[in-house]
Design a protein around this ligand. Structure first.
Ligand SMILES: Cc1cc2nc3c(=O)[nH]c(=O)nc-3n(C[C@H](O)[C@H](O)[C@H](O)COP(=O)(O)O)c2cc1C
Length: 175
């Protein structure tokens, strides 16, 4: 069975709720990213400035070594149509040890699709898969079926059953 780790940064708790359901549904391990200096003043403005300038604030990582896993699911909110800055910091700091990743973003309503592209450019490899949920979907519970479908897809992609062999791409290259 594949080893999957779910790494979450959440500012107001929505991403954490989503990550908890995903981990419970599959018995996957979870890990948390937090900021080393929690924001106390002008909180929203500072989050926005981080996003605007693509800053990477200092973080703490509480979890197992990502290198021990087959795939890491990154879960984070969207700030100013970009991935929240602490998750940007995590991706940059752990770039060398991260295996394949999937990206799940949580947003108010727009910009979620940018998270996978940004993580892909930091890691210099495209995420295996990505999806976005709205805060409202998480709050009213309607996100659950799509989230569980994503978890099933992650399992299928990592257990070896979804391999595309060279001869399926081009019979001439199969040798
Ligand atoms: C500074 C800041 C900027 C945000 N920018 C966006 C945005 O560009 N697009 C969007 O859809 N939601 C935006 N949001 C809303 C969050 O993405 C949304 O509330 C998310 O569910 C929060 O996740 P969390 O509870 O895990 O922190 C922003 C929130 C903050 C605090």
């Amino acid at each position: 069975m594949s080893k999957i780790l779910v790494v979450t940064y959440s500012f107001t708790g929505t991403s954490t709720r989503l990550a908890e359901l995903m981990c419970r549904s599959r018995v996957w391990k979870s890990a948390q990213v937090t900021e080393r200096s929690p924001r106390k003043h002008l909180v929203t403005l500072r989050c926005a400035i981080d996003s605007l300038f693509r800053l990477k604030p200092p973080i703490c990582y509480n979890g197992p070594d990502p290198a021990e896993f087959d795939l890491v699911v990154l879960v984070a909110p969207i700030w100013l149509r970009r991935v929240a800055s602490p998750m940007r910091s995590f991706a940059a700091s752990f770039r060398a040890v991260l295996p394949r990743v999937a990206v799940v973003s949580v947003m108010g309503g727009s910009g979620g699709q940018n998270a996978a592209a940004e993580i892909g450019s930091i890691l210099d490899k495209a995420p295996l898969m990505s999806t976005t949920f709205t805060m409202r979907e998480v709050e009213d519970g309607s996100y659950a079926s799509r989230l569980l479908a994503l978890a099933t897809a992650v399992d299928a992609a990592t257990d070896g059953s979804a391999v595309l062999r060279p001869y399926e791409l081009s019979p001439e290259t199969a040798g």
